[in-house]
Design a binder for this molecule. Structure first.
Ligand code: 5GP
Length: 190
């Protein structure tokens, strides 16, 4: 998606050769017009695919998923929670996710109320790196007896291998921008 690539090139910042900071339009401040265009692009790419629900993970996935929902006919958006909560834990699907950026394992949970057997679920997130977060969400969808209808990612870091794992698992992946490399202070797209 050219508009997104331009934004990454002009406003993204590189940290330590592995992390792309996009706080000014995706991870802290939000560019709502761009988010809306991303939602339209996801809808274009997944046209004809039946989607009952969109699943994402807090926090940065929520805005992307909610804006995307506008273009998919307003299916419910569910976000996996990272924080513990007594009333949720008793009745939730749960999986463990390793965070490369934080170097720790954390649990994510979705209430059993909001994912049902047979539902076709589109998974949306801001970044795909090694694929831990996305695979955690796929695991939760499968625990519910629902079906992953596809994965939509804003920025895929193609050099960290997560995309291959998702595709090898037989799930359709659509990334709006795929980074080939962010080494030596230079951003290259695939
Ligand atoms: P994965 O689980 O695929 O290894 O990593 C995906 C998650 O890690 C994303 O949800 C995002 O929060 C975070 N992440 C990984 N790489 C980056 C990066 O380069 N920039 C930002 N802003 N977040 C990242």
């Amino acid at each position: 998606m050219e508009q997104l690539k331009h934004k990454i090139l002009t406003e993204g910042r590189l940290l330590d050769g592995f992390v792309l900071k996009v706080d000014n339009f995706l991870n802290h401040q939000l560019d709502v017009e761009l988010l809306d265009a991303m939602g339209a692009e996801f809808a274009r790419r997944f046209a004809g695919v039946k989607i009952d629900k969109i699943l994402t993970i807090e926090a940065s996935g929520i805005a992307v998923a909610a804006m995307a929902a506008r273009h998919f006919g307003y299916p419910p958006v569910v976000f996996a929670k990272k924080t513990q909560s007594l009333n949720l834990d008793a009745d939730a699907f749960e999986t463990e996710v390793y965070s490369f950026t934080k170097q720790q394992v954390y649990k994510v949970r979705v209430s059993r109320r909001y994912l049902k057997p047979g539902e076709r679920v589109l998974i949306i997130d801001d970044f795909l790196a090694h694929g831990h977060a996305t695979r955690g969400l796929i695991d939760i969808v499968k625990q519910a007896g629902a079906e992953p209808a596809g994965v939509g990612i804003v920025i895929e870091k193609g050099f960290q291998g997560g995309g291959k794992l998702i595709r090898d698992a037989g799930v359709r992946l659509e990334s709006l921008a795929v980074l080939k490399s962010i080494a030596d202070g230079k951003i290259e797209f695939a």
